[in-house]
Design a binder for this molecule. Structure first.
Ligand SMILES: *[C@@H]1O[C@H](CO)[C@@H](O)[C@H](O)[C@H]1NC(C)=O
Ligand SMILES: *[C@@H]1O[C@H](CO)[C@@H](O)[C@H](O)[C@H]1NC(C)=O
Ligand SMILES: *[C@@H]1O[C@H](CO)[C@@H](O)[C@H](O)[C@H]1NC(C)=O
Length: 688
């Protein structure tokens, strides 16, 4: 007695635990009502909190419907809107058995079969034709599906003139490692247990609340046991009532054959076969058989003694002509017929369309609840399928496998009150936001600037106050954001922190460059003054200019020729007792006057120890000459090419020269460019 009590309380504890995670909605039940369904012990609740539209319908009371399962007695029908969706809170990545039930019961007195489409999120699940598809007055649609987010939308879509309706929704979490399809989800075709009883078995006998229908064929004989059958079976847990009975071919020599038809020839199917030896075999008895089931193929299978085993095809199979067959054939050494206890059959169903980005969904639902928006189209996925996308929401839909993104939100003239909700900023790819002509109050929020993709914001026709935040003004200025606000919302004058900062940075750079240039000049001058070898030409260009007669004098009338170049002859000369090389431009030279001037200007400004430095020039009519420092060891080119012998520069020195010369030129260019363009008023490069 005590023991019995203890067992009972443990049992009920297990029961209530097992029911955890179950969702059982009795559609059409008045709000806040719930009940325990007596035959299953399942608690059914009203669907009101999971749907926004619809009306309650009651099936007709007659002898046929008298003993109908209680949840089917009321239903919800949807005269309004094209798509009506249930939105259920689930755990993402959970494998669920999802069952929807439609029991017509002539609730509308029209006696016509309701026809509509059933959607799972953005994907079509099934076209429903309640009376045609089902047995009797109703139809059940069931799938095994892994949830992709924390919300599961089940939608009924109007396809013609008839009104969509639904009686019940049931969700049962399953073990993740059971019922595994390679791709897609599994659509239930049958859960049969082989018996001549006529009772269906479900919860609480079946911990997952699969509904096992009895099944039998005339050529079969049923056997059963009263002994307990161990039924864990890798998590498939067939109920005792299912596994304790089996069928065998009545004629021991005949094979056991079970066939089923696929809806379409190219459907893929999975079969789960349940076996357990439920007879106490004598020593001279053997049961062994061959299993032929396109994919579940065993040459000699022996069912486990009083222990359930589930066999299934690891890969989906197609069946020739859409007809699938399981055959069990007795092996020669077996003297007992083959046996099978139960079978489950599924076809593969694909739900290829990806749901909208989860963050976008959360944000838009948050906005919806903040503003209590009751737009009829705002149900289910906001973006897909495109023909049902939410009015006022525009999306970027790239392809079916990429989650769509919300890119525009139009809530103009929607009677919105309160402040602009922060969840808008979670619509991170939003380009256009229209909140005009509402009764929004508060300030223009700074967070709008955080949505980097925003191009247009309409806020006119509201009761906003304050000014346009600086960050938004910056976005207007820098990113071309268009912000439309009422005239009372002012933009502050351009003494803006950021442009102010820019100004400072600009000034600092200006000053820095000026300082660098001045320092360079200073160094340059100091080195000049500290090197006695170098002539000191005046800093002013014109004082470095020599007359032709002076050139003549320096070269002692062009006496000593140092070399000949492409553009003239180089002579040796003296200037203030220092040796100079004077390049005299020949009249026939291709180097024109402009190039000559450029070289003069460039070489007068750029000074590098390794570059031949220009001492002066002559520019008198057609007589052009350049006066350089005389390099005892020949010119740089000769150094570099090693022509002079003895002092060949190594490569690192050459690179150093090249680099430093380039640096000199860089400062020259930078100085001129920057000081002319970058500074106001322009600081002209100081002539050296
Ligand atoms: C049993 O099956 C075998 C093989 O098909 C057949 O020859 C035999 O006649 C059958 N027996 C009965 C009683 O039907
Ligand atoms: C096994 O042996 C028993 C006798 O012990 C006999 O009655 C029975 O028919 C035998 N079964 C088979 C399948 O040969
Ligand atoms: C934005 O999304 C994040 C994460 O998705 C969430 O933590 C945060 O609360 C959301 N912010 C708003 C204002 O909704």
């Amino acid at each position: 007695m005590l023991l019995a009590c203890a067992t009972f309380s443990i049992m009920s504890l297990v029961k209530s635990q097992n029911q955890q995670g179950f969702i059982s909605l009795d559609c059409g039940l008045p709000s806040n009502e719930s009940y325990i369904e007596p035959s299953t012990d399942l608690t059914f609740i009203s669907d009101v909190n999971f749907i926004r539209g619809g009306k309650t319908g009651n099936i007709q009371n007659n002898s046929r419907t008298k003993f109908i399962f209680k949840p089917y007695k009321v239903l919800r029908y949807f005269p309004d809107g094209i798509r009506n969706c249930y939105s259920l809170s689930v755990k993402q990545g959970t494998k669920y058995l999802i069952r929807t039930l439609f029991f017509y019961g002539n609730y509308d007195g029209l006696n016509t079969s309701p026809r509509f489409d059933l959607f799972l999120g953005p994907n079509i699940w099934r076209s429903i034709d309640v009376l045609k598809a089902g047995v009797g007055d109703g139809v059940v649609e069931e799938i095994i599906h892994v949830t992709r987010s924390n919300i599961l939308d089940i939608c009924l879509v109007k396809t013609g003139t008839s009104t969509p309706m639904i009686s019940a929704i049931e969700l049962r979490p399953l073990r993740y490692d059971t019922y595994t399809a390679r791709t897609g989800s599994l659509k239930s075709m049958a859960h049969f247990y082989f018996t001549n009883s006529d009772e269906a078995i479900r919860y609480p006998e079946d911990v997952y609340d699969r509904v096992w229908e009895p099944y039998s064929q005339p050529e079969w004989t049923q056997i059963n046991t009263t002994r307990n059958v161990s039924s864990f079976s890798y998590g498939y847990n067939p109920p005792q009532g299912v596994i304790k009975t089996a069928s065998i071919p009545t004629n021991v020599s005949e094979p056991f054959i079970f066939t089923w038809n696929l809806e379409s020839f190219d459907d893929e199917t999975y079969a789960y076969l349940y076996f357990a030896e439920i007879q106490q075999l004598k020593v001279n008895e053997t049961r062994e058989f061959k299993i032929l089931a396109n994919g579940v193929d065993y040459t000699s299978y022996v069912p486990m003694k009083f222990e359930a085993e589930t066999l299934s095809n690891p890969a989906p199979i197609r069946c020739e002509g859409g007809v699938c067959r399981v055959q069990l054939l007795k092996t020669p050494k077996s003297n007992l017929p083959p046996l099978m206890n139960a079978i489950e059959i599924f076809s593969v169903i694909q739900f290829p369309q990806s749901e909208t980005n989860t963050d976008d969904i959360n944000a838009i639902k948050n906005i919806q609840s903040t503003y209590q928006l009751s737009r009829i189209s705002w149900q289910g996925d906001p973006c897909v399928p495109k023909q049902f996308s939410w009015i006022g929401v525009s999306c970027n839909v790239i392809d079916i496998s990429t989650p769509p993104r919300i890119i525009a939100l139009d809530l103009s003239s929607s009677g919105l009150t309160g402040v602009i909700p922060p969840s808008i900023q979670n619509l991170t790819l939003l380009r256009e936001l229209d909140l005009s002509n509402n009764n929004l109050t508060g300030q223009v929020p700074e967070f709008l600037a955080k949505i980097k993709s925003l191009l247009v914001i309409h806020l006119r026709g509201n009761n906003l106050r304050g000014s346009v935040p600086q960050v938004l003004q910056d976005r207007e200025k820098n990113d071309g954001l268009k912000l439309f606000v009422d005239p009372n919302i002012k933009r502050r004058r351009p003494h803006q922190p950021r442009s102010w900062l820019l100004a400072i940075v600009a000034s600092i750079s200006c000053v820095a460059v000026t300082i660098i240039v001045l320092v360079l000049i200073f160094i340059f001058r100091r080195r000049k003054s500290s090197t006695s070898k170098v002539i000191h030409p005046s800093l002013e260009m014109k004082s470095r200019r020599f007359k032709y007669s002076e050139v003549k004098e320096m070269t002692n009338n062009f006496q000593v020729v140092l070399g000949k170049g492409g553009f003239g002859v180089v002579y040796h000369g003296f200037l203030n007792n220092e040796q100079v090389a004077i390049k005299v431009l020949s009249q026939s030279s291709t180097q024109g006057y402009k190039e000559f001037k450029t070289e003069v200007e460039l070489l007068l400004r750029v000074h590098h120890v390794n570059l031949v430095s220009l001492v002066g020039y002559c520019d008198e009519g057609n007589d052009l000459a350049l006066i350089y420092d005389f390099m005892e060891n020949g010119n740089l080119k000769e150094h570099l090419s090693g022509k002079r012998g003895g002092s060949v520069l190594n490569w690192s020195s050459r690179l150093k020269i090249a680099f430093e010369s380039a640096l000199g030129l860089f400062f020259y260019v930078l100085g001129i460019e920057y000081l002319h363009i970058g500074c106001k008023p322009p600081i002209w490069f100081i002539e050296m």
